[in-house]
Design a protein around this ligand. Structure first.
Ligand SMILES: *Cc1c(COP(=O)(O)O)cnc(C)c1O
Length: 429
């Protein structure tokens, strides 16, 4: 049996951890079968507990943009740990990483570090509400902003995969302040803005969506959204937890040349340790405690190990002028190779790609929003996923997730992946 030890470990885990996992999408519910337990990873590869090697396309769901166990990050953490792992006092390294982030990202003066993307988005919305003195927020169906109550309404990936877009435990009172718009459909936002004049604090968006598979914005959409927000005095919050430091040094703000009012970070910014952050111009950040009255705090926020990992990561990204070009080239190469194999075997598909993010939707129509993403054939996806896994390629175990490429992937790895797609394509009809 291929996954013998993983199966045994999963059974054991299930007895003491709900569903055997600490984050639902790891449980393979969407694709069936037993989750693979990771033992170690290096560069482009993950080794499982049965000593099988996989070419990895989840990159820990984004953070490992430079590959696993990237030495400068590992060494920075080891060094830092020797000086103590947490103090509850300010440390110099927090200022260092903040300075670098503020330099790399357009249109932000100050940044506050937290422990996860969820915390970053939750705090950004509180800040937007405090700053504008308005209550309602607009989010887009299929976008995921972490698991805090206000966002668990048509919330992409994990939530969608499990068919519980509205989680029990979220009160009606909370849900009523979250208004739902359609991705890439500016009219849907306009209607909400006009029906709720002077009531909307912010629009929060994944400026390139990754939690309903990869869905880039259309050319005009973000520009129109910026203009609409200005017209109605609504803050525009870019949730760049996935895209920040992945699609460009300055994220989607830089890539599409559009300024957001508040930007959220996570994933890459922590180099694989638990880090999130939110940032804005001074006039907005001044409202945050202890400067202002919008409260936000964290015992382990700005943790020295996490900051050391993040700083080593951002430094490398900042100093590597061709990183994003290399990643985009590799992704384009993989896209073309996959498309050729699927076309040759007449497998209905649509591939979306932006920078180092891509996904194969097993659906004929263009995938522009949640509705079109949901049309994908999940039976084909399941077969594809397990076929690729057996060939030693680890893809996200849900059709609603983006693939994340990392810089450690070689063209030989990509060719091996494409060869696997050719082989697996034969079995999909
Ligand atoms: C992953 C993700 C989050 C949540 O981050 P966590 O660290 O898992 O809490 C929020 N927004 C987006 C866009 C994400 O991809």
């Amino acid at each position: 049996m291929l996954y013998q030890r993983s199966s045994a470990l999963f059974k054991e885990a299930e007895t003491v951890i709900p569903g055997g996992v600490n984050s639902p999408v790891r449980a393979f519910k969407a694709v069936g079968g037993t989750p693979i337990f990771a033992k170690s990873a290096k560069g482009a590869y993950v080794i499982d507990e049965d000593n099988r090697r996989y070419i990895d396309y989840i990159s820990s769901w984004g953070p490992m943009i430079l590959g696993h166990a990237y030495e400068p990050v590992v060494n920075a953490v080891i060094q830092k740990a020797k000086d103590g792992t947490s103090f509850g006092m300010p440390t110099e390294i927090e200022t260092k990483i903040a300075q670098l982030a503020v330099k790399m990202v357009p249109n932000i003066d100050k940044i506050r570090f937290v422990n996860s993307g969820t915390e970053a988005c939750m705090s950004a919305v509180r800040l937007a509400r405090g700053y504008t003195s308005k209550d309602k927020i607009i989010k887009f169906a299929g976008c995921y902003h972490g698991h805090s109550d206000s966002f668990l309404i048509e919330a992409g990936s994990g939530a969608v995969t499990f068919g519980s877009p509205n989680s029990p435990g979220v009160t009606k009172g909370t849900a009523k302040d979250t208004l739902m718009a359609i991705y890439n459909d500016i009219e849907s936002v306009k209607r909400l803005a006009e029906a709720n004049k002077d009531g909307i604090a912010c629009v929060i968006i994944e400026p390139v969506a990754g939690n309903m598979g990869c869905i880039p914005p259309t050319n005009e959409f973000l520009k129109d959204l910026r203009a609409l927000c200005d017209q109605h005095q609504i803050l525009l919050v870019f949730d760049e937890v996935m895209t920040g430091f992945r699609l460009a040094k300055g994220g989607v703000q830089e890539l599409y040349n559009i300024n957001a009012d508040i930007v959220c970070f996570g994933k890459v910014i922590g180099g694989g340790l638990p880090v999130g952050a939110f940032a804005a111009r001074n006039e907005i950040m001044e409202h945050l405690a202890p400067l202002g009255s919008v409260y936000q705090a964290g015992t382990l926020s700005g943790n020295p190990l996490a900051m050391a990992a993040g700083l080593a990561m951002l430094k490398t990204i900042d100093n590597d002028a061709s990183l994003f070009k290399r990643l985009a080239d590799k992704t384009e190469y993989l896209h073309k190779g996959c498309a050729e194999a699927l076309e040759e075997h007449e497998i209905v598909h649509t591939i979306n790609r932006e920078g180092s993010m891509m996904s194969i939707h097993f659906s004929e129509d263009p995938v522009l929003d949640f509705k079109s993403a949901a049309k994908g054939n999940n039976d084909v996806f399941k077969k594809f996923f397990h076929g690729m896994l057996a060939e030693g390629v680890y893809l996200p175990p849900s059709a609603f997730e983006s693939w994340f490429l990392n810089d450690a992937l070689s063209y030989e790895d990509l060719d091996e992946t494409i060869a696997a797609v050719w082989k697996v394509s034969k079995t999909l009809k």
